[in-house]
Design a protein around this ligand. Structure first.
Ligand code: 3H9
Length: 706
């Protein structure tokens, strides 16, 4: 081999008349401007070089190419564009072969599709996931993929964004060969040599005949259009993908490419693209809490869970699913049996759906162990307490944990509201105490708030993040306060919804408006699902300390007084006939609301859906900003990830903080000031928003400051 360096991003080496072009741009070989330029130059050089018979494209490190550099989107474009680079590759008169290992995604797969032949190794992952980022494959993917694998398969790949393995890619016709070893260079070189020996002519994807059956292609396009209109929930790019494939069928290749470019630019300009890419980057950024940078996580080989209620059992399932053993503690045998029954129910449901075998269930449950004695926790590396939300109960549990747990064990509480600093202060080892706030159902919901009390050691926080990874949760670091990030903000926008309900909007209109914005459920549906009794108990507990100046809407109390706690009692804000999970509006609830308006001396007025959302979002944004201002959340993006993963916030809007920037913080502030004219106690602008607006800055500007 004769090495010939061409800078950092793309290396060229000549190997027996084959030019090996290696994309080397860690961490995922994204196609930034440097890579694009050097890739184009390498192909052009190969074309001219009489010593080169063929080109082999490979990726350095763990992947082929992870796609276009998504951090460049939204900034001024830098030449050459990726479509140009792909066209240069395809136009090359010498055979170009892509050898794929690891990820070949988005623009990465489009580079491979522009090559003349493709080989993939067993562990390769190929896909066109642009739709998950609000985009479409914009470097010829919408034109080449259908020509190569047919409209139906290409549309499935592009609309689902799913990754396929080498075998499936081969069966689809996306690659020509599956390598037998995991040596991408050796496999690639052998394949190129075989092609050269056979004098295989250059074979361009643009000339492939995957769309030859025009009737079948048209049917696939129409089916995809109908399906996307139904299922894409206001997303912009799916229908553009279908349009682009239609262009592939109807237009000559070069015109199709031009059409694809126009559609791609429309997607690029859409706020959905900005929201979805923000979400992608933010969910990786949350992993970088300060404590995780320097501290090493403690080893977690066994976990204890105190409490076998809904939450404790859900947590136990999450831990069991991660392959760890669990010891569950309950106060007596009956409660322990109930805890185990909760766990078994989860697995029995999976068996009923054919997603688990009874043998697999038995193997999982073999790792479960129950006891009514805390002594059974003596060897646990980490214990998660999930008992009743009452400080005296928590103190009693932690006193026992302090007594039985081995030195160095992490002591975690799953409290949703209580003061974890006080819990930590009650034991002899406050440095080992951390909050792990799971969301219900704990084995399903992705969010895990890692609540960091003042005295906790950095390695305990690092351990919590490490555990989250094992449990496949998305951890967000939160400071100690009433409700941490999520529930604290929830309390405020829920209050805003209550105010609107008392002022004249029906709960059904509010839920509808919130769903139309993109949430899967409105706040009153959520209340019915969660059960009204828990919130009612909390409100009663807090009644004595409530600020009398604060507006307090009593409608929820009137509903709870009737024993209507939502879905589980068949009635809440909605009626659930015969155990139905979708409720119907209840005229009796509307009468209760009318009576409450009268009692409170409110003359009801009409609300537009637009005003409902302005108020709902202003309340959420304002409290989100307070949470950042008080350092409960490290950055605005931590608030965003909390809402994306714990509260059903529509991903294409990026989270409440990203949404605030999209709307314009000045507009949000103007709304808050307008609403404050009626209720200055509730609507106090967050000092952070006031400051950012004065400086003409965005919330996003704080995302990289922490
Ligand atoms: C596209 O291609 C458009 C074209 O059709 C048209 C263009 C005209 N760019 O996920 P990880 C960063 S759209 C920039 O933890 P893993 C990521 O932020 C693109 N950066 O690694 C993180 O940074 P940091 C279509 C990227 O091993 C680091 O890399 N492609 C990109 O678990 C590690 O990421 C996709 O949608 C990128 N494209 O998984 C694929 N990708 O270390 C998106 C990642 O600072 N990428 N980063 O936090 C992935 O799915 C995964 O990253 C991958 C590796 C499977 C590749």
């Amino acid at each position: 081999m004769t090495p010939e360096q061409t800078g950092h991003a793309v290396r060229r080496e000549l190997c027996n008349r084959i030019l090996v072009v290696t994309v080397d741009n860690p961490p995922v070989n994204a196609l930034g401007a440097n890579v694009r330029r050097q890739l184009r130059d390498a192909i052009q050089a190969a074309e001219k070089d009489p010593d080169v018979d063929a080109v082999l494209l490979v990726g350095a490190g763990r992947n082929f190419i992870g796609g276009a550099d998504i951090r460049e989107f939204g900034k001024p474009p830098l030449p050459p564009s990726l479509p140009e680079v792909c066209n240069t590759i395809e136009a090359c008169r010498k055979p170009v072969v892509a050898a794929i290992h690891g990820a070949a995604l988005g623009g990465g797969l489009e580079v491979a599709l522009a090559a003349h032949f493709r080989i993939a190794l067993g562990a390769a992952r190929l896909g066109l996931p642009e739709v998950t980022l609000g985009l479409l494959p914009g470097a010829g993917g919408t034109q080449r993929a259908p020509r190569l694998v047919g409209a139906k398969a290409a549309l499935d790949l592009m609309l689902s964004g799913r990754h396929v393995g080498a075998k499936e890619a081969h069966a689809l016709g996306l690659v020509d060969l599956v390598g037998e070893t995991d040596d991408v260079l050796a496999e690639g070189l052998a394949y190129v040599q075989a092609l050269l020996d056979a004098q295989a002519p250059v074979r361009r994807t643009r000339d492939a005949d995957g769309l030859a059956d025009r009737a079948a292609s048209r049917a696939a396009i129409e089916a995809a259009r109908a399906e996307s209109s139904k299922k894409s929930h206001g997303l912009f790019s799916p229908l553009k993908i279908v349009d682009a494939v239609q262009a592939a069928l109807e237009l000559p290749f070069d015109d199709g490419l031009r059409h694809e470019r126009q559609l791609f630019l429309q997607c690029l300009d859409s706020p959905q693209r900005a929201g979805l890419i923000h979400a992608f980057l933010a969910e990786r950024e949350v992993l970088k809490a300060p404590e995780t940078r320097n501290a090493k996580p403690r080893k977690i080989a066994s976990v204890g869970v105190v409490g076998g209620g809904t939450m404790g059992a859900g947590i136990a399932v999450a831990v069991l699913d991660a392959g760890l053993p669990v010891t569950m503690i309950e106060r007596d045998d009956v409660s322990l049996a109930r805890g185990l029954a909760h766990i078994e129910k989860v697995y029995d449901n999976l068996i009923a759906k054919g997603r688990m075998t009874p043998e697999a269930k038995a193997a999982v449950l073999a790792r479960w162990n129950g006891s009514t004695s805390y002594d059974a926790l003596g060897t646990a590396d980490l214990v998660i307490e999930a008992v009743f939300e009452e400080m005296t109960v928590k103190h009693a549990v932690f006193a026992k944990l302090d007594r039985v747990c081995k030195p160095g064990a992490v002591l975690a509480t799953n409290t949703s509201y209580l003061d974890i600093d006080a819990i930590a202060a009650s034991v002899s080892r406050p440095g080992d105490v951390v909050g792990l706030h799971f969301f219900s159902p704990a084995n399903i919901m992705k969010l895990l708030e890692v609540v960091v009390p003042a005295q906790v050691s950095a390695d305990v926080v690092a351990t919590a993040f490490d555990l989250a990874k094992k449990l496949r949760k998305v951890p967000v670091r939160a400071g100690v306060c009433d409700g941490f990030i999520g529930n604290r903000v929830l309390a405020i926008y829920r209050a805003a919804a209550d105010h609107m309900m008392e002022d004249g909007a029906s709960p059904y209109q509010i839920d509808r408006a919130v769903r139309a914005f993109g949430f899967p459920m409105g706040p009153f549906q959520v209340a019915d699902l969660a059960g009204g009794d828990i919130g009612w108990a909390t409100r009663k507990r807090r009644a004595a300390t409530r600020d009398p100046q604060q507006r307090y809407v009593q409608i929820a109390d009137r509903i709870c007084e009737r024993g209507w706690f939502g879905q589980k009692t068949g009635r809440g804000y909605y009626v659930y006939a015969d155990g139905a999970r979708t409720g119907k509006p209840d005229p009796e609830v509307e009468s209760i609301i009318d009576a409450e308006r009268e009692r409170a001396g409110v003359t009801p007025r009409a609300f537009s859906d637009e005003e409902i959302m302005r108020r709902y979002m202003a309340a959420m944004i304002n409290e989100g900003a307070n949470v950042v201002h008080q350092r409960i959340a490290l950055r605005p993006l931590d608030v965003d990830v909390t809402f994306l993963y714990g509260y059903g916030f529509p991903r294409h809007r990026g989270g409440p903080m990203q949404y605030a920037d999209t709307v314009g913080l000045d507009k949000v502030l103007a709304d808050i000031r307008e609403f404050a004219q009626q209720d200055p106690v509730f609507w106090q602008p967050s000092p952070l928003i006031v400051d950012l607006v004065e400086r003409g800055a965005t919330l996003a500007s704080l995302n990289h400051a922490a």
